[in-house]
Design a protein. Structure first.
Length: 277
């Protein structure tokens, strides 16, 4: 083997996704169609597109498996096109284009080619592990029914394994306005000047959820907050009754702690909300 099994590509993908969320949110807000009264209806506008590809290329007994499974909206006008374009830019190709079906096909082809090249770069034909390589990539996206009345919530998941002890699993969430198709950023929801008060509520809820009385007990018992601090994460979900913040693997805790979710009811957050969604 030329080098040890590479995990840097996975880390890069996760970093890019996180940065893209913040970037897309800002750009999308500026370019929203605020004057359009078109409304997105519910499940009848949702279609699913499934692509599953299994490849074995010049590597006996080696498997490259890439699966894309995305839901998106039928095109009924500018707002649905905007939502599809946001999903595409955020989760599929990085491009703001509304033809998401073609984008999924293009992205799958490109990722397949990149993964083949990576396998060929890091493994020699005479390596004893050459015939036992296992690369698996699953990218999915679906609409979430638990959404505030004026909001469409979409969750994408990256599930990637490219060797090593374990893979990576990352859920990423988009909140979009039904009225405009714009991405709703964290700064659109909260009065950011009250950030510390909101973080205090998050910590209190985290302690309660884990049956801990203080931060030190939480860290010792669960590993939470040992790798990072709580923040007003851009990875959040505007539900019917609560706002849920998501912290991925290694954000605030080691891999063994898994994904961390913190839900705060709207009543508890009432004084910190902008009420403009």
């Amino acid at each position: 083997m030329k080098k040890s099994i590479v995990t840097s590509s996975v880390a890069s993908l996760l970093c890019i996704a996180a940065i893209m969320l913040a970037t897309v949110s800002c750009q999308w807000k500026k370019s929203g169609n605020t004057g359009n009264s078109e409304q997105v209806t519910d499940s009848k506008d949702i279609v699913a597109d499934n692509l599953d590809s299994l490849h074995i290329t010049n590597m006996p007994d080696s498997v490259l498996r890439i699966k894309y499974n995305f839901q998106f909206l039928k095109s009924t006008g500018s707002i649905t096109d905007s939502i599809n374009a946001a999903i595409n830019q955020f989760l599929v190709t990085g491009r703001h284009e509304s033809d998401i079906r073609q984008a999924i096909l293009d992205a799958l082809t490109q990722e397949e080619s990149a993964m083949k090249a990576e396998i060929q770069e890091f493994y020699e034909p005479d390596d004893e592990t050459y015939g036992h390589i296992k690369y698996e990539i699953a990218r999915t996206g679906h609409f979430i029914s638990d959404a505030a009345d004026s909001v469409i919530v979409y969750q994408g998941i990256m599930d990637i394994y490219t060797g090593g002890a374990h893979g990576s699993y990352t859920p990423l969430t988009l909140n979009m306005s039904k009225k405009t198709g714009c991405i709703i950023n964290i700064s659109d929801v909260f009065d950011i000047s009250c950030e510390q008060e909101i973080l205090d509520l998050m910590l209190a809820q985290l302690l309660k959820d884990n049956g801990c009385s203080n931060r030190e007990e939480l860290m010792e018992k669960t590993g939470l907050l040992t790798l990072g601090e709580l923040q007003l994460s851009s990875n959040f979900h505007l539900g019917k009754d609560a706002i849920t913040f998501c912290f991925g693997q290694y954000e605030i805790a080691p891999y063994s702690s898994g994904i961390t979710y913190i839900s705060l009811g709207y009543d508890a957050l009432k004084q910190y909300l902008k009420h403009n969604n």
